[in-house]
Design a protein. Structure first.
Length: 732
C-alpha cells in the first residue's frame, strides 16, 4: 500500500495524528492511546488473531531498552531479572510470556502442526495436490507485508519472505541444533552481564536480532503452511464434499495429534526444558482465560484468539468460502492436538470436551474433567486420582526400609488374574485414576503385562513401581507394548556400593541404572524415587544430576514413615526435613527434573512460600481424598504407610469401600484434624502426614507389615504431624 493510500484508509483522527507525529509530546501520547486501532488499520490479517507474536516481540524490545537503561544506572539485579524475562520468559498468575526461547519453540511446533495437517489429509485421501499456487502467493504476500510493517520499528531483519519458505523444512535434529546454538549464545552473554563486562552491551542487540530472526522466519513458515492447508482443503471440498473430508479427518485426527505433540515434546526436552513447560509454550501465541477448580477436579481453557482461524477468516472472506471448512479443523485437528498436549503434561487421566469453537462461536473453549469415568454414576467431590496397588509381597531384594515387609515368597491369598481384572472394573465405576502397580517387585507376577494392558484398555493410566533389577531391553519393550505410561525406579545413592548396601543385594545399582536406560531407549517416561536417610542426606544433588544424565524427567524424594521395616531405621530430624525440602526445591531450578517430595506434605507450604508453580500438585497429603492403596490380598488402606484395613474387595465393592468407609470420611473432613494441624492455616493445602501422625503416636508400628483393623487402632491418624516444624498463625 502506498503512503497516500495508507492514509486514505485511516479515519480522520488517525490521519491527523499520523501526519503530525513529530509535534509535541501530547500528540505522541495520543498516538499511543490509539495504537491498537492504528495497527488494526495497517495490517491485512486480523491483528488480534494473527499477530500476538508481534505484540510479544514488541514487549521484549521495550524490556531490552529497559536493560540498557539499567546497565547505565549499574542496577545489575534489574538487568538480570529483565534479561531472564526477555529470553527465558516469565509466568506470574495468568500473565505468561514464554520469552524468546518459548516463542521460538512454539512457532517451530506450529510449523510442524500445519505441515502435518496437510500431509496426513492428502495421504489419507490418496489425493493429488490441487493447483493453489497463485492464491497461495497472493495471501502469503499479504501476511508477509504485515510482518514487514510490524517488525520495522522493533528489529531490523531485511527478510526475503519467498526465500524463507523456499527452504527445506527443518528436521527435529536441526530444530534442536538451531535452538541449542541460540541458548549457548544467550548463556555466554548472561555471563558477561553477570561479570558487569562493558562488552555485553553491544552484544545485546545482536542477540535480540538473532532470536527475532528465527522467530519471525518460523512465523512466516507457519503462516505459509496454514494458508496452503486451508486452500487445499477448500479445493478438496469442491471435488469430494465436506462430509467425505470430515470422515477422512476423523480417521487421522488421533494419529495427527500424537505425532505433532511428540515432535514438540522431543524438541522441548532435548533443549533442556521440562515437560510441564510444553503447555505454556504451546499456548504462547494466544490470549487465554484459564481456570482450574481443584475442588471439582475440572478446568476450562478459553482461547480468545486463534492465529489459524484468523488466517482462515481472512481467506474465506476474500474467496467466499463457508465457515464449515474452517470448523472441520476446530472440531478435529485442533481438538486432537489439545488432547494430545494435555495428555503429555497431565499426570492424571481426563476427559475433554469442546463446548465452543472459534469458527462458530467467535471463541474456542475446552473443558476437562480429571479422572472422569463414563461408567461412574457419582458426582462426589473426592474420587481417586491415583491408586497404588501392591500386587505382591514377593521381592528379590531385602530393603531395610520396606513398608510392606516384602519376602521371597508370595502371599497365599494374593488376588489372582481374574480377581485383579474385576478390581480394575470396579475402580472404573468410581473414576479413571493413575493406577500404579507395585510390590514387592511387581515384575515377579507372571500376569503383569496382561494386567497393564487390561487397565490401559479400560482407560486408566498405568504406572509401575520397580527396583529395576528385572528390566532389560526385552522387558522395557514388553512394558511399552502393554501401554505402560510411566515406570518409577528406586535409586538411593549415586555411589553403587552404598545403594547396594541399602538394598542388601550386590549389583542392584547397576541393574537399576540399566533399567532406566532401557526404558528411556523405548520411550517410556521414567521417575526416580530416592528415600532420604542419614546416609544419603548429602548426596541428593548428585543423585538428581545422575538421574538427569540418564534422561529421567521426574524425581520423587521419599521421606521415611515409621511403618513396615522402615520403623527400625533412624530417621533424619524434623528440622532436616524442612531444610531438605527447601534445598531440593532451590536446586531443582538448575536441573531439568520435575521434583516432588513424598510423605512430606509440608512441601506445599514451602513451595508456596518460595513462589513456585503449584498447579501440578493437588494437595500435600491426598490419602483418602484422591488416593488409596490396595494390598496384595485385596485389602484397601488410605495409603501404603497407613496400614489400616478399611475393607476387602472380595467382601465389598471398591465403590462401597471408597465412599462409605468411616476413616475415609474423617480424612476428607479437615475440621477433624487435631493439634496444630487442625489449627493450621495450611491445613487445606498440606494436611500433615496422617501416616507419620499415626505411626509416631503409636510408639512406632510393628514392623511385621501386616494391617490393622480400624477397631484395633494403635495410634491416632488425625493428630498433628510431629515432624512438621511450622507453628500455625491462627486457630480454628
Amino acid at each position: 500500500m502506498s503512503y497516500s493510500g495508507m492514509l486514505n484508509s485511516l479515519s480522520a483522527d488517525m490521519r491527523f495524528l499520523f501526519e503530525n507525529a513529530f509535534k509535541p509530546l501530547t500528540i505522541l501520547l495520543n498516538i499511543c492511546m490509539i495504537n491498537s486501532r492504528l495497527v488494526a488499520a495497517l495490517t491485512k490479517f486480523n491483528e488480534k488473531h494473527c499477530h500476538k507474536w508481534a505484540l510479544l516481540l514488541r514487549e521484549k524490545r521495550e524490556k531490552l531498552n529497559q536493560i540498557l537503561a539499567a546497565i547505565d544506572h549499574e542496577d545489575f539485579d534489574e538487568v538480570k531479572r529483565l534479561f531472564s524475562e526477555v529470553f527465558y520468559g516469565v509466568s506470574a498468575g495468568k500473565r505468561t510470556d514464554p520469552g524468546m526461547a518459548g516463542s521460538l519453540l512454539y512457532h517451530m511446533a506450529m510449523v510442524t502442526k500445519m505441515e502435518t495437517e496437510t500431509s496426513v489429509l492428502l495421504e489419507e485421501l490418496c489425493a493429488d495436490l490441487p493447483d493453489i499456487v497463485g492464491q497461495l502467493w497472493r495471501f502469503y504476500g499479504d501476511f508477509a507485508s504485515d510482518v514487514a510493517w510490524l517488525t520495522k520499528e522493533i528489529v531490523p531483519l531485511n527478510l526475503n519472505p519467498q526465500e524463507v519458505v523456499s527452504k527445506a523444512s527443518l528436521s527435529t535434529a536441526e530444530k534442536i541444533g538451531t535452538f541449542t546454538k541460540l541458548i549457548e549464545k544467550t548463556k555466554a552473554l548472561e555471563h558477561l552481564l553477570s561479570d558487569k563486562n562493558p562488552e555485553a552491551i553491544k552484544h545485546l542487540e545482536y542477540l535480540f536480532r538473532d532470536w527475532s530472526r528465527h522467530i519471525v522466519e518460523m512465523r512466516l513458515r507457519q503462516e505459509y503452511e496454514t494458508i496452503k492447508g486451508f486452500l487445499i482443503t477448500a479445493e478438496l471440498t469442491k471435488t469430494i464434499g465436506v462430509s467425505r473430508l470430515q470422515d477422512a479427518i476423523k480417521r487421522v485426527q488421533e494419529k495427527f495429534g500424537e505425532e505433532t505433540v511428540n515432535i514438540a515434546l522431543t524438541v522441548t526436552l532435548k533443549v533442556g526444558m521440562r515437560r510441564e513447560k510444553l503447555q505454556t509454550i504451546m499456548l504462547s501465541d494466544h490470549f487465554i482465560n484459564y481456570t482450574m477448580d481443584l475442588a471439582k477436579l475440572d478446568g476450562r481453557m478459553q482461547f480468545l484468539n486463534c492465529p489459524i482461524f484468523g488466517s482462515y477468516q481472512y481467506i474465506a472472506e476474500k474467496l467466499g468460502i463457508s465457515n464449515a471448512v474452517g470448523s472441520l479443523f476446530c472440531v478435529h485437528f485442533c481438538y486432537a492436538h489439545a488432547k494430545a498436549m494435555l495428555n503429555t503434561v497431565l499426570p492424571f487421566t481426563f476427559a475433554l470436551w469442546q463446548p465452543q469453537r472459534m469458527a462458530t462461536h467467535g471463541k474456542c473453549e475446552f473443558y476437562l474433567k480429571l479422572a472422569y469415568s463414563p461408567t461412574s454414576l457419582t458426582s462426589e467431590k473426592f474420587i481417586p486420582l491415583v491408586i497404588s496397588w501392591n500386587l505382591t509381597r514377593k521381592c528379590n531384594l531385602k530393603c531395610p526400609h520396606c513398608y510392606i515387609n516384602a519376602t521371597t515368597q508370595q502371599l497365599e491369598n494374593e488376588l489372582n488374574t481374574e480377581e485383579s481384572k474385576r478390581l480394575i472394573d470396579q475402580i472404573c465405576e468410581v473414576s479413571r485414576p493413575l493406577l500404579i502397580l507395585s510390590g514387592g517387585e511387581p515384575l515377579l507376577r507372571k500376569d503383569i503385562y496382561e494386567l497393564i494392558s487390561y487397565g490401559a484398555e479400560k482407560g486408566l493410566k498405568m504406572g509401575l513401581g520397580s527396583n529395576g533389577s528385572l528390566i532389560d531391553d526385552v522387558a522395557a519393550k514388553n512394558l511399552k507394548e502393554a501401554s505402560i505410561e510411566t515406570v518409577s525406579i528406586s535409586l538411593d545413592s549415586n555411589i553403587p556400593e552404598q545403594h547396594d548396601e541399602f538394598r542388601s543385594v550386590g549389583g542392584s545399582w547397576e541393574k537399576a541404572v540399566r533399567a532406566i536406560k532401557a526404558l528411556r531407549e523405548n520411550d517410556v517416561l521414567v521417575q526416580v524415587n530416592t528415600t532420604v536417610t542419614q546416609r544419603n542426606y548429602d548426596q541428593i544433588d548428585d543423585i538428581m544430576s545422575l538421574a538427569e544424565r540418564l534422561g529421567v524427567e521426574n524425581f520423587h524424594l521419599f521421606f521415611l514413615v515409621p511403618t513396615g521395616r522402615g520403623a527400625k531405621i533412624a530417621d533424619i530430624s524434623p528440622a532436616k526435613y524442612e531444610d531438605m525440602i527447601k534445598t531440593t526445591f532451590a536446586k531443582a531450578a538448575k536441573h531439568k527434573l520435575n521434583v516432588r517430595p513424598s510423605c512430606a506434605p509440608q512441601f506445599m507450604r514451602i513451595a508456596k512460600g518460595m513462589n513456585l508453580e503449584m498447579r501440578q500438585w493437588i494437595r500435600g497429603c491426598i490419602a483418602g481424598l484422591y488416593y488409596c492403596r490396595v494390598y496384595p490380598n485385596g485389602d484397601i488402606t488410605p495409603c501404603p504407610y497407613l496400614p489400616i484395613k478399611l475393607g476387602n474387595i472380595r467382601e465389598k465393592s471398591f465403590r462401597e469401600i471408597w465412599f462409605n468407609s468411616g476413616m475415609f470420611k474423617s480424612l476428607r473432613d479437615f475440621n477433624a484434624l487435631k493439634g496444630k494441624c487442625g489449627a493450621c492455616d495450611y491445613r487445606g493445602l498440606c494436611g500433615g502426614c496422617r501416616a507419620r501422625a499415626y505411626g509416631l503416636s503409636s510408639d512406632f508400628i510393628d514392623y511385621c507389615g501386616d494391617l490393622h483393623e480400624p477397631t484395633e487402632l494403635k495410634g491416632d491418624y488425625l493428630t498433628e504431624d510431629p515432624w512438621c516444624v511450622y507453628q500455625p498463625k491462627k486457630s480454628h
